[in-house]
Write a protein of this length. Structure first.
Length: 238
């Protein structure tokens, strides 16, 4: 598997969680985990994973994927929305809570983050991946969609009227959301800073080199600011 900034950061947290548990496998909660893109690899690594996901089709795909990978016994799937998280998972039970692609679509991001914090153990972390406002501006401008680019730039939610996405974030907005919930942001990086800008012919021939470049770009502030997604790892105080 090619190196990936998000997965690399999570591998570090899972190793730390194993150490805190004296070698026992970490407990992972994936909220809005969809078809198991992160849940299945984490289960393959030995973690006990709970996926909370409202879409039954996504859960069916998760079940097939987990069965094919031989890890169905390590994954618990719960069909529910994030706004009832506290009623479907135990408090302060997970070592790592994932919310990847979630905060852009929930009605109340502050309430959702508060629920994520309630689900993670003291000393554990919440991993958040969100769509980046400035990447959307850049790519619309490069495509000649200047009016759309301006709307995304000036709109308080960083979106246009006809999008299903409810909001996008920038570095400051994401940081403030997590800090206001009582978390300490320890990792703040970009994901996909350059891949969408590389010509297709180069991308096809140089995927490994691009992956290595993206790892460096992820933590370079100027490139992080235009990455397609922002990734934060924030810790609940012990």
């Amino acid at each position: 598997m090619r190196p990936d900034a998000v997965r690399s950061a999570l591998d570090v947290e899972l190793a730390a969680a194993r150490a805190r548990r004296g070698g026992d496998q970490p407990r992972v909660l994936d909220v809005g985990g969809g078809s198991g893109v992160f849940a299945v690899p984490m289960a393959q690594a030995g973690c006990a994973v709970t996926v909370v996901e409202p879409n039954p089709n996504a859960l069916a795909t998760l079940h097939r994927r987990a069965t094919d990978a031989g890890v169905a016994d390590r994954i618990v799937a719960v069909q529910a929305d994030s706004d009832v998280l506290a009623t479907v998972v135990p408090d302060a039970d997970a070592d790592v809570v994932l919310a990847h692609g979630l905060l852009e679509v929930v009605d109340d991001p502050k309430a959702t983050v508060a629920a994520l914090v309630g689900a993670v153990r003291p000393g554990g972390v919440v991993s958040v991946v969100v769509a980046n406002r400035y990447s959307a501006v850049l790519h619309r401008a490069l495509a000649g969609k200047l009016a759309e680019a301006r709307r995304v730039l000036v709109d308080p939610a960083g979106r246009t009227e006809d999008e299903a996405l409810l909001r996008r974030f920038d570095v400051d907005a994401l940081t403030a959301l997590l800090v206001d919930a009582g978390l300490t942001v320890e990792v703040l990086q970009g994901a996909g800073a350059l891949a969408d800008l590389v010509p297709g012919s180069v991308l096809e021939a140089s995927q490994e080199a691009l992956a290595e470049l993206e790892l460096v770009a992820a933590t370079t502030p100027a490139l992080r600011a235009i990455a397609s997604r922002l990734h934060a790892v924030a810790r609940r105080p012990a």
